[in-house]
Ligand binder design. Structure first.
Ligand SMILES: NC(=O)C[C@H](N)C(=O)O
Length: 374
């Protein structure tokens, strides 16, 4: 067992064909699909896809007496797979339960467990692709973290849903089907970690959640989806594979990334949130700035003081699209600040954590890493 949040069932491969999930439970999970698992065809030549389940709404069940409420992470990855007709015809599937949590509780331990298991599966040639089932709230952060630490060109696809398994028109089964389609396809190689939801394939660097409840929530504001997938048309990639250079960072020893705080800027901003971050031992501060990564004079003065103490300061923005560019007015050069380019604050935080833990702390080097894509 890795932690309270990581189940004891982790790393116990279970072959789909050996599962003994009562059919009633499956039908209950995805009643609207009425999923009876179809007779398995010979699977010898099918690509091998490892499904790593972490929880989230895709594994959520509602109390039938409640109107909107449901509990995340109630169904296992194996049960999810069993409930999607035809999945076993796309790939030879194995499922492992890494955790059973809503992604609002996603944490370093689960991230490290995912990263290590994926790398092991690729290094030992156990899988041609990986699918991670995940809650949508922090899906983009997990995608970006893994994109920065997993080596090799085999596809890793992260998938979730906005409606629980028991909802009318649950979106989980269709999303999972499409995720396996993408993970099993050789054309998906060399594209890093991808998010597949609602017929779109989006890159880990750009994908972000944009709506609190709608199934049309994930978008890539600066560059759009890298492809589309649907059961009728199959997969259409709009970009070339390996279209950008991908750095991979080492996982630090232990189970934790360094503390990096996000400070949200607003009108009437004072220095208190920045002073709080410093006093709580932040090794880095990411500013979710207004506009082009701006903030008030008192906050800027506090950030300057933080940078002088050796705390990494990254200017990002609370605005959903666009880039934060190095700036003469803020004087990034003199202050030793880094700008996040296209990375939103939550992803800038992850990259800052990885850079610090890999010993990259000089502002010029940090800036190079943030700008690596262009
Ligand atoms: N749609 C979802 O998956 C939301 C849920 N709170 C989660 O992130 O786990």
């Amino acid at each position: 067992m890795i932690s309270d949040a990581v189940t004891s069932a982790s790393h116990q491969p279970g072959r789909l064909s050996r599962l003994a999930i009562p059919l009633m439970a499956v039908v209950l999970c995805f009643g609207c699909i009425g999923a009876a698992v179809q007779a398995a065809e010979p699977t010898t030549n099918l690509p091998r896809v490892l499904v790593l389940a972490t929880g989230g709404t895709i594994a959520g069940q509602a109390d039938p007496r409640a109107t909107g409420a449901y509990k995340s992470g109630q169904i296992t990855g194996e049960q999810l797979m069993q409930s999607v007709p035809g999945l076993d015809k796309l790939a030879k599937l194995d499922a492992e339960q890494i955790s059973s949590i809503g992604s609002q509780d996603m944490n370093d331990k689960v991230w490290f467990a995912l990263a290590r298991r994926i790398q092991e599966a690729f290094d030992k040639n156990e899988a041609d692709g990986v699918v991670i089932t995940h809650g949508t709230d922090t899906l983009e952060e997990t995608a970006f973290f893994l994109d920065n630490v997993v080596r090799g060109d085999r596809p890793v696809v992260i998938v979730g849903s906005m409606r629980p398994a028991t909802a009318v028109s649950a979106d989980g089964p269709g999303n999972l089907y499409e995720a396996v389609q993408v993970a099993a396809d050789p054309r998906s190689r060399g594209r890093g970690v991808m998010a597949v939801l609602n017929d779109k394939i989006q890159g880990a660097r750009s994908v972000t959640k944009t709506n609190t409840t709608s199934i049309e929530t994930f978008s890539s504001p600066n560059d759009g989806p890298i492809g589309y997938v649907d059961t009728a048309g199959g997969i259409r990639f709009m970009t070339q594979a390996a279209g950008f250079k991908r750095a991979t960072y080492k996982l630090p020893a232990g189970e934790q990334l360094p503390r990096v705080a996000i400070v949200y800027s607003h009108a009437n901003m004072d220095a208190i949130p920045i002073e709080d971050a410093i006093s709580h031992g932040a090794k880095g501060i990411v500013l979710a700035g207004v506009g082009d990564g701006n903030t008030s004079k008192p906050a800027l003065d506090a950030l300057e003081a933080a940078a002088k103490k050796g705390i990494i300061v990254v200017r990002s923005t609370r605005v959903r699209s666009g880039f934060v560019t190095r700036n003469v007015e803020v004087d990034d050069d003199k202050n030793g600040f880094v700008v996040s380019e296209d990375l939103n604050p939550q992803k800038a935080r992850v990259l800052t954590q990885l850079l610090i833990s890999n010993g990259v702390t000089a502002p010029a080097e940090l800036q190079k890493a943030f700008t690596a894509t262009w």
